[in-house]
Design a protein around this ligand. Structure first.
Ligand code: SF4
Length: 326
């Protein structure tokens, strides 16, 4: 949307005006996003009050159902077919870019099992204005691969588990000067040593943490009220100690369960179905990865029609751990 950027660029501080911003209208606001630095600027006021959101910010896309692991807590439907191939996924993402989506976040399964994954990232970055991100368990990440995609992705999200040798993967990421953060599923088992693990991750060079709550029916993985209180205290304490030198993030599904944790953008809702959509490996669309109901999404036009019909519904996922108000 070059017109919008040309209109609003002058509201930015001079050093930021020349960056290659993308404009993403929201309802009564304007978000500017710069994919290479991951910068976001939110403009509010009379000048942008007339704007309306035209697309979700992010599509979460399951590129394959294949994985190198078989985690019990994984949300994916193991019976689903892997229907994306290189040309169809590229065309789909290019359509999302033309629609106005800012970011794609690929998951799976394990994205590094998708054929020619490094080439795909490079071609998608070169042919669109999308920020290209992916989540991996890290076992297939090599320094050669990281060198090959350098400068052409937004962020790599590394999932850490008790048994996926995350220390070695983080070492490879740091040595490769990769842009990365960790996804940390906070279970009762992790809570027992959360301070020591956090310190170890900091020592290894992690500066971006996403703390995720378990969604599902296995009650042994859900935090009880005492653990949630401890987690809340932990996050507030780390934020006070470390300030903005470390990005300490919580996934949207915590809802209002951690009330004293400071929020960058106060909001009552997770944004599923409006701010982001989940696209499955068998080409279906749903509000987030934890919904059982979905609709066919062969093309980006299918996704757009789904979004336009359902974006205002704010439906909760029927799964333990969903923080959306029912
Ligand atoms: S609908 Fe529930 S499970 Fe889905 S993103 Fe929102 S809070 Fe999380």
């Amino acid at each position: 949307m070059p017109d919008l950027i040309d209109t609003y660029r002058r509201y930015l501080p001079p050093p930021l005006q020349s960056l290659p911003w993308r404009a993403h209208p929201l309802d009564g606001k304007l978000l500017l996003f710069e994919r290479d630095n991951g910068l976001n600027v939110l403009l509010e006021g009379d000048e942008v009050a007339h704007l309306r959101r035209a697309a979700p910010r992010t599509l979460l896309i399951g590129v394959t159902n294949d994985c190198t692991r078989a985690c019990s807590f994984c949300y994916r439907d193991r019976a689903a077919a892997s229907l994306w191939d290189y040309p169809s996924l590229l065309a789909f993402c290019q359509g999302a870019d033309a629609w106005g989506v800012l970011e794609v976040a690929f998951g799976g399964g394990e994205p590094l099992l998708f054929p020619c994954w490094g080439e795909f990232i490079g071609e998608l970055y070169a042919s669109t204005g999308l920020s290209v991100n992916f989540t991996t368990n890290g076992t297939l990440l090599t320094e050669d691969f990281l060198r090959g995609i350098a400068g052409r992705y937004g962020q790599i999200r590394l999932s850490i588990y008790e048994d996926n040798d995350w220390e070695a993967t983080i070492d490879r990421l740091v040595r490769s000067d990769a842009r990365f953060g960790i996804n940390w599923l906070i279970t009762p088992a992790w809570m027992a040593g959360i301070d020591a693990t956090f310190r170890r991750l900091l020592d290894l060079g992690v500066r971006d943490f996403l703390l995720i709550g378990y969604k599902g029916s296995d009650t042994s993985l859900l935090l009880d009220a005492a653990d949630i209180k401890r987690l809340e205290h932990f996050v507030v304490q780390k934020y006070e100690q470390l300030g903005t030198s470390v990005a300490l993030k919580l996934d949207a599904c915590w809802g209002s369960s951690l009330p004293t944790v400071p929020r960058l953008f106060p909001t009552d809702d997770c944004g599923a179905g409006d701010e982001f959509l989940s696209i499955t490996c068998d080409k279906r669309v749903k509000p987030c990865s934890f919904f059982h109901e979905s609709a066919e999404a062969r093309t980006i036009d299918d996704v757009r029609a789904y979004w336009e019909q359902r974006r205002a519904m704010q439906v909760a996922a029927r799964i333990g751990g969903c923080g959306r108000e029912r």
